[in-house]
Design a protein around this ligand. Structure first.
Ligand SMILES: Cc1cc2nc3c(=O)[nH]c(=O)nc-3n(C[C@H](O)[C@H](O)[C@H](O)COP(=O)(O)OP(=O)(O)OC[C@H]3O[C@@H](n4cnc5c(N)ncnc54)[C@H](O)[C@@H]3O)c2cc1C
Length: 799
C-alpha cells in the first residue's frame, strides 16, 4: 500500500468516489481513497438511485443539474454503465402554496438553463397515467428526473478516478487521523499509516466517528428510510415506455417504475433517527427490519393517489439509514478550526448531489475557491457550538419537511430558544414574533393587540404587513430601537492589525474614531464579505458584518492569520442596540452626559450611556439617522432602560427584522448573500465604490477586481405588484426575452411601493427603463429607478 499521498479520502461511497474522480479531473493524481470494506458499503448500496434537480437553493439546484448531466460523461469515459433511466418526472401540487412554490422554482430553473415546465392536470394524466389527479392543481415536469444503478455509478466514478491516477484501497479501515505540526496528516489504517497533505472525510454513515478522530463534531445525523418495490403490474409492463417519476409532496412520497412494477418511498412523519449514540463499525450490508407501522398513513394516501398500488403485491422492502445535516443540504468544505481537513459529508441525495459535491470540493482544494457560491452546502454555515442534541431534532424536522412547501418567510420550530439575549423576556412581553438566525432568537416584528403571535408562512404578503408598516413609520417619523445581537462582530487588534486588515479588506481603513465600509474579496475577486470597519484605537478595530457568516469569516481570517494580529469573534460577547430615525440623535444625547452634537456620520466614539461604557458608531442600515451602541451584554438591560426612558418623549418603539429589511429597500441597500455573495463581484454590485484603488497595498483579489469588466449590473426597480413581492431569483423580462434576474425585494412601507433589486445587462440599464418581472408566474410591469425612495441626497443619514 502507498504510504504517502497528496490527499487521503476516507470512504468509498458515491460521495468519496466522486470527490476522488473530481480531484483527478482537476489535475491532482496523487490521491488515494481508503474504504473499510468494499466500495458502496455504507448507505450507497441500498439507495433507490433516483435523481432530480429540485432544491430550494438555486446553486444547489444548478449543481444537481451538473450531477445528472455528468453521468453520460462518466459512461463515455469509462465504458461502464451507470444504468441510467432518464424518464423525466413530475412533482405534484395540490394546493395554492405548493403550486406557488413550483412556479417560483420554475422561474429559477429558467435562469439556470434547466428546462422544467409547469403542466396542468390533463398533461399530468398523460405523462404519468397511474396518477389520480383529483384535487391536483398542476405539477412541475423535469425532463432530467430519472434513476440509475447506485453500485454501477459508484464503480464508474471509481474507475474514472483510477484512470486519472488515483489509488483505491478497499478493506482498509481508518482508525486514527493525527495532525503533524506542519499541518499534514498521518492517517492510521489497519494496513499501515499514510502520510497525506490533505484528508477528506467522506465517511457517510460513519462521518461523525471519522470526524471525532480529528477532534471535531460535524452536525449530521442518520435517519431510517424505507421504500417498497412491488410485483409486476400490467399498467406498467404493458406500456410502450417507462413510467416517469412522480413526486407527491402531499403524500410525502416518490414513485418510479422498477422493472415491471413500481418502487415507492416515503418521508413519513413518524420517522426515526438511527444510531443516536454512534454508528457501529460492524454495520455494513444488512438492512433494518421492515416497519410498515410508521408508513401506514403514507401508504393509505398513496393508495388514493396511485390506485394501482392497491392491487400490487410487495416484492421487497428496503429499509436503511442515511445521513442528513440540520437543513438537509450537504456539509462540504474546509472544516473550521482544522488545517487541510475537508468535509464531504451529510449528503442525503448522493445521486442528485454527489457530482456537484465532488466538483465543488475539488475546486476548493485545488484552486482555493469554488466557481459559485456554495454557502448552502458549506460546512461552516452552522455555528461551532452545535451539539448532537441540537442537531437531532433539526434533522428530524428536516426529514419530516422534506416534501413540505418551503416558504421564504418561514421560521422552523425545532430546537428553538437555546440562544437568547437578556432582552428576550422583555421583548416577548412586548409582543415579539420570533425568528431564528444562526440559532439565535431574533424579533421579526412586534404584534400588538389582537394580532396573532406568529407569522403565516406565505409566498405572498403575510400577516406581518401591518406590524411592519407600523415599525417602519416609527423609524421614519420618530425613533425605533432594536438589538444588535444578530450582527457578526470581530475584534482585530495588535501591532500588525492595520497592515493585516489592509491586505484582507479591499476598502480604505479608517483613522482612529472613524468607520469605513469595505468589501472583502476572494483571490478571484468575488465578494466574500461586506464589513463596516471601525477604528477604536490605532491598533484596535471592530468589524460588524453578517451574523450568519461568522464561521465562514473566521475560517477565512484564520487561514490568513499573521503574527502580531489577534482576531476574535466577539459576536455574542458584544451586544447593544441600534436607534434609528430623525429623533435618534436627541435620544442619544439624553442618554449620555457627553456632547454628541458634533458626532458626524461614520464617527465612532467611546461613550458612557447611563452608567455603562459603550462604543457608539453613527451609521445605520435603515438609511436614516442612526447610531449603533455596543456594550458588554451585562449592561444590556441597563442600557435598554436608559434609552427607553430617553426615547419616551419621541415615541420610541422597538422594530424587528421585517421592518429593517423594508427600510433598507428604500435606499436600495443590498444584503449579504442576496446582493452581496461569492456569486458576484464588486463591479457588478456597485461595491467597487468602496474599494480603495489608490492604496498601495496588494489587497486580496486586487488583480481580479482591476481586470473585472462586468457585463451585468445590479439595479433597483419599482414593481407594480399587488399581493406578492419579489423574494429572489425572479426573472426580469425585457422586450419579450429573459434578460436578468432578481436578487431580493419586498415592500417599501415608507414609499408604499414594491421594490426589487436585480441584475440586468450593463448596456440595457437606463433610468426609467420599463421591464417585466415574473412573480409567481405572473408578469409584473416594473420601472428601473436610480434615485433612492428615501433621503435621496443623504441629508437625513449624513446631516
Ligand atoms: C433507503 C434509501 C433510499 C435512498 N434513495 C436515494 C435515492 O433515490 N437517490 C439519492 O440520491 N439518494 C438516495 N439515498 C441516499 C444515498 O444513499 C446517500 O445520499 C449516499 O449513499 C451517501 O453516500 P456517501 O458516500 O456520503 O456515504 P456512504 O454510502 O455511507 O459511504 C461512506 C463510506 O465510508 C466508509 N467508511 C466509513 N468510515 C470509514 C473508515 N473509518 N475507514 C474507511 N472507510 C470508512 C464506509 O464503509 C462507506 O462505504 C437513499 C438512502 C436510503 C437509506
Amino acid at each position: 500500500m502507498k504510504t504517502t499521498a497528496q490527499v487521503a479520502v476516507i470512504g468509498g461511497g458515491v460521495v468519496g468516489c466522486s470527490v476522488l474522480y473530481h480531484l483527478t479531473k482537476l489535475g491532482w493524481s496523487d490521491v488515494m481513497l481508503l474504504e473499510r470494506s468494499d466500495l458502496t458499503s455504507g448507505s450507497t448500496w441500498h439507495a433507490a438511485g433516483g435523481f432530480h434537480t429540485l432544491n430550494g437553493d438555486t446553486n444547489m439546484a444548478a449543481l444537481q443539474g451538473y450531477t445528472i448531466r455528468l453521468y453520460r460523461e462518466l459512461e463515455d469515459l469509462t465504458g461502464m454503465s451507470c444504468g441510467l433511466h432518464h424518464v423525466g418526472g413530475v412533482t405534484l401540487a395540490d394546493n395554492r402554496d405548493r403550486f406557488d412554490m413550483l412556479l417560483a422554482e420554475r422561474a429559477k430553473h429558467r435562469f439556470m438553463g434547466l428546462e422544467t415546465e409547469v403542466v396542468g392536470p390533463d398533461e399530468i394524466a398523460q405523462i404519468a397515467p397511474i396518477t389520480n389527479t383529483e384535487g391536483v392543481l398542476g405539477a412541475l415536469y423535469d425532463p432530467l428526473d430519472g434513476h440509475l444503478d447506485p453500485s454501477g455509478t459508484t464503480h464508474a466514478y471509481a474507475k474514472a478516478a483510477r484512470m486519472g491516477g488515483a489509488t483505491i484501497e478497499t478493506h482498509c479501515m481508518v482508525r486514527e487521523t493525527r495532525q503533524r505540526g506542519d499541518g499534514t496528516w498521518d492517517v492510521v489504517t489497519d494496513k499501515g499509516t499514510i502520510h497525506a497533505e490533505h484528508v477528506v472525510n467522506a465517511g457517510g454513515l460513519w462521518a461523525r466517528e471519522v470526524a471525532a478522530m480529528a477532534g471535531v463534531y460535524l452536525p449530521l445525523h442518520p435517519m431510517e428510510h424505507q421504500y417498497i418495490v412491488t410485483d409486476a403490474l400490467p399498467e406498467i409492463y404493458e406500456r410502450d415506455s417507462e413510467h416517469p417519476h412522480v413526486m407527491d409532496p402531499a403524500g410525502e412520497s416518490y414513485l418510479r417504475q422498477e422493472g415491471r412494477g413500481l418502487c415507492i418511498g416515503f418521508y413519513e412523519q413518524p420517522c426515526r433517527p438511527w444510531a443516536v449514540d454512534g454508528t457501529a463499525w460492524d454495520f455494513g450490508h444488512e438492512l433494518l427490519p421492515d416497519d410498515f407501522d410508521k408508513i401506514e398513513d403514507s401508504i393509505a394516501f398513496a393508495y388514493k393517489r396511485f390506485p394501482v398500488l392497491e392491487r400490487a403485491g410487495i416484492k421487497s422492502v428496503i429499509h436503511g439509514p442515511f445521513t442528513f445535516a440540520p437543513d438537509g443540504n450537504p456539509l462540504v468544505g474546509p472544516v473550521p478550526g482544522l488545517r487541510n481537513y475537508w468535509s464531504a459529508c451529510g449528503v442525503m441525495a448522493g445521486f442528485s448531489q454527489g457530482g456537484g459535491v465532488g466538483l465543488m470540493l475539488a475546486q476548493w482544494m485545488i484552486e482555493g475557491e469554488t466557481e459559485r457560491d456554495v454557502t448552502a452546502m458549506d460546512v461552516a454555515r452552522f455555528p461551532g457550538w452545535l451539539t448532537q442534541e441540537y442537531t437531532r431534532p433539526k434533522v428530524i424536522e428536516n426529514y419530516q419537511k422534506r416534501f413540505s412547501v418551503a416558504y421564504p418567510n418561514e421560521e422552523l420550530p425545532a430546537a428553538r430558544g437555546l440562544r437568547r439575549t437578556p432582552m428576550y423576556d422583555l421583548f416577548d412581553q412586548m409582543g415579539a414574533v420570533w425568528g431564528a438566525q444562526f440559532g439565535l432568537e431574533v424579533p421579526n416584528y412586534f404584534a400588538k393587540g389582537d394580532e396573532p403571535r406568529s407569522e403565516t408562512p406565505s409566498f405572498r404578503r403575510s400577516n406581518a404587513f401591518a406590524a411592519t408598516a407600523r415599525e417602519v413609520a416609527t423609524v421614519r417619523q420618530g425613533v425605533g430601537i432594536n438589538e444588535v445581537h444578530n450582527f457578526g462582530k470581530y475584534r482585530v487588534h495588535g501591532p500588525n492589525a492595520r497592515a493585516w486588515l489592509d491586505r484582507i479588506m479591499a476598502g480604505r481603513l479608517p483613522k482612529p474614531g472613524r468607520l469605513s465600509l469595505t468589501p472583502m474579496l476572494s483571490h478571484k475577486g468575488r465578494l466574500i464579505g461586506d464589513f463596516t470597519v471601525s477604528c477604536i484605537e490605532e491598533d484596535t478595530f471592530h468589524l460588524p458584518a453578517s451574523y450568519g457568516g461568522q464561521a465562514v469569516h473566521m475560517r477565512w481570517f484564520e487561514q490568513h492569520e499573521k503574527p502580531g494580529v489577534n482576531i476574535e469573534n466577539i459576536s455574542d460577547s458584544l451586544n447593544g442596540f441600534q436607534i434609528a430615525g430623525p429623533k435618534a440623535g436627541l435620544v442619544l444625547q439624553a442618554a449620555t452626559r457627553a456632547d454628541v452634537s458634533d458626532m458626524r456620520f461614520m464617527d465612532v466614539r467611546k461613550l458612557t450611556i447611563g452608567m455603562a461604557p459603550c462604543i457608539v458608531q453613527r451609521v445605520s442600515y435603515t438609511g436614516d439617522l442612526g447610531y449603533e451602541i455596543y456594550c458588554d451584554p451585562m449592561y444590556q438591560r441597563h442600557i435598554w432602560d436608559v434609552l427607553w426612558n430617553a426615547g419616551q418623549p419621541y415615541g420610541i418603539a422597538p422594530f424587528g427584522m421585517r421592518a429593517m429589511m423594508s427600510l433598507r429597500l428604500d435606499k436600495f441597500f443590498g444584503s449579504w448573500l442576496s446582493e452581496y455573495s461569492p456569486d458576484y463581484t464588486p463591479a457588478e454590485t456597485g461595491m467597487d465604490r468602496f474599494i480603495a484603488w489608490k492604496k498601495d497595498t496588494d489587497f486580496i483579489g486586487r488583480t481580479a477586481a482591476e481586470a473585472d469588466r462586468p457585463t451585468r449590473k445590479l439595479c433597483a426597480f419599482v414593481v407594480q405588484a399587488d399581493d406578492a413581492d419579489v423574494q429572489g431569483y425572479e426573472l426580469i423580462w425585457l422586450d419579450g426575452a429573459v434578460r436578468g434576474f432578481c436578487t431580493s425585494g419586498g415592500y417599501s412601507h415608507h414609499a408604499k411601493a414594491s421594490v426589487a433589486l436585480g441584475f440586468l445587462p450593463t448596456q440595457s440599464i437606463a433610468q426609467g427603463l420599463q421591464v417585466e418581472i415574473e412573480i409567481l408566474g405572473q408578469m409584473r410591469p416594473a420601472r428601473l429607478v436610480t434615485e433612492p425612495l428615501f433621503d435621496p441626497d443623504g441629508a437625513r443619514m449624513r446631516g
